[in-house]
Write a protein that binds this ligand. Structure first.
Ligand code: ATP
Ligand code: MG
Length: 285
């Protein structure tokens, strides 16, 4: 029986969530996670633990069939792989930053300056698009110290909160790329492996939908139901259960978590009471 080989980051910002996703898909691994390769005992997959930089190449060469990594790395490596699905974690952006005391004049600021980055391809394309000739200094890590030590005038690096930039006396001036974790796959896969992949993607989508949505229960006067359904547009056809108290009902539905937070005051104003929001384990649409 063939096994689908999945490449995930060995250790770093993607690894915990990647392993968690597979576990939430009900996939159980027999041996520890300190090894470089592990086999699931209840699903035909094998997991390879690698550096994220190497994943695109390994998937292109079919050492692995699919991989989980950041879009930033996928576009930087530009290997012949297919992006199958966004996963909703490891959200970050690739941005340009300059010393915070400098005045930023737009992309032309970088003209004839040196910019340090681990993303020479993406940055090169950005400068080309904006018709800027700048020098790209490729370095593999600790990019944010480059301006401080006189190596470059600015940097292009991954930012999430921006606190690392701030600590290093830098400010973010342009966002070049928004990134999150994705699944990539090889373009050549046996029919057996494709079938396993389809089953895996089905589970991944069920987990993703569940994480993005919540089950909501609330009590309301019957007269308020129409208004409450209008406030929660995500609700297709809520379940309505009568309460013992005459004229009142309990309304059950599924709601996007973000939407819920935005609408809570409106719900209360419309007469909703005793609102419960409950996590969903799996959700199949
Ligand atoms: P490796 O040793 O595997 O090469 P690395 O040090 O290159 O790891 P990490 O810092 O673990 O990489 O980041 C892996 C990916 O996680 C990045 O390519 C990016 O997509 C995402 N990422 C990086 N920094 C953040 C952050 N601060 N917040 C969220 N996601 C991030
Ligand atoms: Mg890396």
């Amino acid at each position: 029986m063939e096994r689908l080989k999945i490449a995930v980051q060995k250790s770093g910002r993607l690894s915990e969530n990647s392993k968690k996703l597979l576990e939430e898909c009900g996939i159980k691994f027999s041996n520890g996670i300190s090894v470089l390769k592990t086999t699931a005992n209840n699903f035909p997959v094998e997991v390879l633990f690698l550096r994220d930089d190497d994943i695109p190449q390994y998937v292109e060469q079919q050492v692995a069939d699919i991989g989980i990594l950041g879009e930033n790395m996928v576009y930087e490596k530009a290997k012949d792989v297919e992006v199958l699905e966004k996963l909703g974690f490891a959200s970050c952006r690739l941005s340009l930053a300059i010393p915070k005391e400098d005045t930023y004049t737009g992309p032309a600021y970088f003209r004839n300056k040196k910019v340090a980055t681990s993303y020479p391809r993406i940055l090169g394309e950005y400068f080309l698009r904006n018709d800027i000739s700048a020098e790209i200094e490729e370095i593999s890590g600790s990019v944010e110290i480059a301006p401080g030590i006189g190596l470059a005038a600015g940097i292009c690096d991954i930012v999430s909160s921006g606190s690392t930039l701030l600590t290093n006396g830098l400010k973010e001036v342009e966002t070049i790329l928004k990134s999150q974790a994705v699944i990539i796959s090889s373009r050549n896969m046996s029919d057996d492996k494709k079938e396993i992949l389809t089953r895996l993607l089905f589970r991944i989508r069920a987990v993703k939908n569940a994480n993005e949505n919540k089950y909501i229960l609330l009590n309301a006067p019957e007269s308020a139901v129409t208004e409450i359904c209008r406030i929660l547009p995500g609700m297709k056809s809520p379940t309505i259960v009568p309460l013992v108290e005459k004229g009142w009902c309990s309304l059950h539905s599924v709601v996007k978590e973000d939407e819920f937070w935005e609408r809570i005051q409106q719900l209360k104003d419309a007469g909703a009471e005793g609102i419960l929001v409950i996590p969903i384990e799996k959700m199949i649409l």
